[in-house]
Design a protein around this ligand. Structure first.
Ligand code: G3H
Ligand code: ZN
Length: 385
């Protein structure tokens, strides 16, 4: 079926009180794996490409310097692949831009085929954040595309999004933000943090989610609250990476128990990127240990070199530049690349499968309304948003 707007998937989480994991991808093989594992568990799927991930998937190896042109290319590459898989898929699938930097990046994603965008104005003053988000909502809703905003600042690093400290979201500001922007979803800051170094025993301030949701109910505001920075950083994966020659230190995530709790308290979307990065890194290291002949392979030997040169890295974008055609288009021209692709897919499925079960989206694909972008655009028009 065609891709659905993310709102269709989020509405079901609100109505039936569960959470949907939203999983970051940086390559076509990762998108394929995310979709396949959701199909296996009969869950709807939210795939997200971060702003700079689009740059990478547009062929920009130094993705930190990605231009708008690179992002446009990457958005088209990943959207084409996801649309192709979705055609024959029995589950509803949404493709979402994660941490869109500005209006142009959001437009690039929407025009490329994304069915949902996040505009991250969280570093701006409240009024400017509202103004920017409102502009994105106007462009997106006319096309039936979902919009997520952000209010409050998360600590940690994720691509160009960095902050040393967090500022928690004020529930009353959140209500005003929903009203003035018309966003469908809002990322709140309530104690989670981007990256693998969230600190030991991080406590989520769940009262912030509860209070925000309660204030929204009083004001009759429809909308989904989003938990960013929610990787659990599985300790067994970190240990295995280090045993395989990696050097990952002080890595701690959010406890599964807290995520499960907030999924029943108003959080409908839970973002996970770091856990996938870790599992894929572990699998790549393991592959070259188990198949030493690949270390000297003409096509994938350079991936091994990058792994040995970057022991503390766990971002697949650091390791995959030697196979950019595969990253961008999913091509598998020989057995060596096939082995790399297979270990990427397995890493994604291990992490994503676990979270589909823990967040309880399994078996719930049928609860999602399969609405087209055009129909959704009509609904927004009727409501005047
Ligand atoms: O936007 C993506 C998520 O917020 C990533 O969070 O670093 O905990 O995986 P994470
Ligand atoms: Zn995030």
């Amino acid at each position: 079926m065609p891709l659905v707007p993310m709102k269709a998937i989020l509405d079901a989480t609100d109505k039936f009180n569960y959470a949907q994991g939203a999983f970051n991808v940086n390559a076509v093989a990762q998108a394929k794996a995310v979709i396949e594992v959701h199909e296996m568990f009969r869950s709807a799927a939210i795939l997200q490409g971060a702003d700079l991930a689009n740059g990478f998937m547009g062929g920009r190896v130094d993705f930190g310097n990605a231009t708008l042109e690179d992002k446009k290319k990457g958005a088209i590459n990943i959207a084409n692949a996801v649309k192709k898989y979705a055609e024959t898929s029995p589950i509803p699938i949404a493709l979402h831009l994660d941490h869109g930097k500005d209006l142009d990046s959001c437009i690039a994603a929407i025009d490329g085929g994304y069915t949902s965008v996040m505009i991250d104005g969280s570093s701006l003053p409240f009024k400017d954040n509202i103004e920017l988000t409102r502009e994105v909502v106007k462009y997106a809703h006319e096309r039936g595309v979902t919009v997520e905003g952000e209010l409050g600042v998360l600590a940690g690093v994720e691509d160009h999004v960095f902050s040393a400290e967090s500022t928690y979201t004020n529930p009353l500001d959140a209500v005003e933000f929903f009203k003035k922007t018309g966003v469908d979803a809002l990322a709140i800051s309530y104690g989670t943090m981007h990256g693998a170094n969230k600190g030991r025993d991080t406590v989520i301030r769940k009262e912030i989610a509860i209070a925000t949701k309660e204030c929204m109910r009083h004001e009759n505001i429809e909308g989904t609250l989003v938990s960013h920075g929610s990787s659990t950083v599985p300790q067994y994966i970190v240990k295995e990476i280090n045993e395989l020659g990696g050097d990952i230190r002080d890595a701690h995530g959010i406890s599964m128990q807290q995520l499960k709790e907030v999924s029943k308290l108003g959080i409908g979307k839970i973002n996970v990127d770091t856990d996938i990065r870790l599992a894929v890194t572990r699998n790549l290291r393991e592959l070259f240990k188990n198949r030493p002949e690949l270390q000297k392979s003409e096509t994938v030997g350079d991936i091994y070199k990058l792994l040995t040169e970057n022991k503390s890295a766990f971002d697949p974008r650091i390791f995959l530049p030697p196979i950019m055609d595969t990253v961008m288009f999913g091509t598998v021209p020989n057995d060596a690349i096939g082995a790399v692709v297979s270990c990427i897919e397995k890493g994604v499925k291990e992490v994503v499968g676990t979270l589909i079960i823990e967040f309880e989206s399994f078996g719930k694909a049928y609860l999602v309304e399969c609405i087209s972008l055009d129909e959704m655009a009509q609904r927004y028009k009727k409501k005047g948003i």
